[in-house]
Ligand binder design. Structure first.
Ligand code: G4P
Length: 542
């Protein structure tokens, strides 16, 4: 195998999706311990605590260095190089959280066994569905009394529309949690009795790779387990690698992250099943005619380097208004000092100072392979959705904008600064920090966000970076839907009829901002042939 092919095949790039408090941070920490990327439990937790202790932007900003180094966590495990991408939850849940999922090849779903499927998980899974992302599920907190395992599986199947195939099965739960039965090895693994049942205290097995010891069960548990296993055998799905890779089936593990129970089995299975870098669709210049673009799959082992930017992190260095563009390598090899072509601007860029992110620090990158994430510092020349290549112009597709859920009207406190406000808002929108809408009917600036903290961040950045003192007013907007129709007359009719509720986003795409759900419903009914999209491809008007 060539060096490039071999390196690409070793990469496993994934994200953890979960609702806040399901145990993502705890699980991340255990995975990093297994990968040797951190030495001490509590490292990531301590950061998280300081990060979420306050929603004050300045404090958040001071923590930015930390949040960036934890945006991508890389660690070697067995024969693999694992890249774990953070999906910001809690207050900093934003469009970024969704977009990170477009940069991974698979995901790990964490469900709290005491709660079942929760709201944020449902939203994140919808994004995974768009790309048929393969999912492995970890049902956490078995040391607490929770829902019955069969009910949990039914809940996942019904709410997330994916078939569950348990690979381990819990025996008891809460104070009576005995351990799990490994359905493939056909053996029991004991949950050590001395470990904290339900107190959430750190404990469990050492992170040196030791598996939980085998266990013998009290008769009532053994009887129940036999029944469950029979049921699974007759009514359950058999595991199919192909169906997992197509996002139709999810292998399910049960355990307790805080007790490090079931985590090793999860990680071992993850690295053996999860796919390496997958090919990505791009519009590429045709070999015969450089002006003509054709859609094709770009494979990771193609010699020519290519990559796509899925996230921009601002304020890395306040003095210079520095930004870090997170680029996912899609094909070829990146090396330090490489000249990259930026097809959107037509400019070349020599990259000497790209960063790669390890669990604890950020360091200069010498080389990177498909599946890796590199950070390219810049002063605003790079936008979300931008592609980079070595020579042949191309544009990766599939980096979306998601319909915002919260809206504010911007009020300028100093009218003399209206030019700066305009510039600031357009730049921040291009960066992906917020969405900007300009109504057709007036000169308002309407901001749209997925997470409320985005508004605070934008106000602080407008003041900091553009010298603009802006405040917000509530606005009666229920949602945003991008409007599309192949039929020009229908589109024109729609535009005329709904003129007062229409706006253009920062890229000039037409969006409908209805004041309430009923108006949306009636518009959909009234206008067959018009599409109301809640996702839009960045870089295209449709
Ligand atoms: P998140 O990143 O998904 O938001 O969740 P996080 O890991 O921070 O976990 C949320 C809470 O759930 C934490 O408790 C954590 O200790 C607890 N937890 C995680 N895994 C398990 C588990 O297997 N069993 C039990 N019983 N609890 C678990 P906390 O009290 O909010 O924080 P902390 O003071 O323990 O850090």
């Amino acid at each position: 195998m060539s060096d490039l092919k071999d390196n690409a095949a070793r990469r496993r790039t994934f994200a953890i999706i979960s609702h806040p408090d399901a145990g993502k941070t705890t699980l991340t920490e255990k995975l990093l311990l297994f990968g040797g990327a951190i030495q001490m439990a509590g490292t990531i937790k301590a950061r998280k605590a300081s990060r979420y202790a306050t929603s004050d932007w300045m404090t958040l900003e001071r923590e930015r260095g930390i949040s960036v180094t934890t945006s991508v966590m890389r660690f070697p495990y067995l024969e693999r190089e694992v890249n774990l991408l953070d999906t910001p939850g809690h207050q900093d849940f934003s469009e970024d959280t969704y977009r990170v999922l477009t940069a991974v090849d698979s995901a790990l779903l964490v469900i709290d066994s005491t709660k079942g499927v929760e709201e944020q998980t449902r939203k994140l899974m919808e994004v995974c569905r768009m790309r048929d992302t393969p999912i492995i599920t970890f049902i956490n907190k078995l040391d607490r009394a929770g829902l019955q395992p069969l009910d949990l599986l039914a809940d996942i199947e019904a709410n997330l529309r994916i078939h569950c195939v348990p690979l381990t099965w819990p025996v008891g739960m809460g104070s009576d949690f005995q351990g799990v039965y490994d359905l493939r090895a056909r053996e029991l693994r004991a949950f050590p009795a001395e470990r904290g049942h339900g107190d959430g205290k750190e404990g469990g097995f050492p992170a040196d790779g030791a598996r939980a010891p085998a266990l013998s069960l009290p008769e009532h548990h053994a009887g129940r387990l036999r029944e469950d296993l029979e049921l699974l055998e007759t009514a359950g799905n058999a595991f199919s690698l192909e169906q997992y890779l197509r996002g139709i089936q999810t292998p399910v593990f049960f355990g307790s992250a805080v007790n490090n129970f079931g985590v090793k089995e999860l990680l071992d299975t993850f690295v053996s099943l999860a796919p390496g870098p997958r090919p990505r669709t791009a519009l590429c210049a045709s070999a015969e005619n450089r002006e003509e673009f054709v859609e094709r799959l770009v494979y990771p082992w193609e010699e020519e380097f290519s990559g796509v930017v899925f996230k921009i992190q601002a304020n890395m260095d306040r003095a210079h208004h520095d930004r870090m563009a997170f680029l996912r390598v899609c094909s070829g090899r990146f090396h330090r000092g490489m000249k990259l072509r930026h097809p959107r601007t037509g400019k070349d860029m020599t990259v000497h100072n790209a960063a790669i992110f390890m669990a604890q620090e950020r360091s200069g990158v010498e080389e990177a392979f498909p599946g890796d994430i590199i950070g390219i510092p810049n002063h605003g020349a790079i936008r979300i959705g931008d592609s980079f290549t070595e020579k042949t112009p191309l544009r990766f597709i599939g980096i979306p904008s998601f319909a915002p859920e919260h809206f504010r009207r911007v009020r300028l406190n100093n009218p003399l600064k209206s030019k700066q406000l305009n510039k600031g808002l357009f730049q921040l929108a291009e960066e992906g920090a917020v969405q900007l809408f300009r109504p057709l009917a007036n000169n308002d600036y309407i901001l749209g966000a997925i997470g409320l903290l985005q508004f605070e961040v934008i106000a602080a950045r407008l003041s900091d970076e553009y010298g603009v003192d802006a405040a917000y007013e509530p606005v009666q907007i229920h949602c945003a839907r991008w409007i599309f129709s192949a039929d020009k007359t229908r589109l024109e009719d729609f535009r005329n009829y709904y003129y007062n509720d229409l706006a253009l986003d920062a890229e000039g795409a037409l969006a409908y901002l209805p004041p309430n759900p009923w108006k949306l419903e009636s518009a959909v009914e009234r206008c067959p042939g018009v599409e109301f999209r809640n996702i839009r491809e960045i870089g295209s008007r449709a």
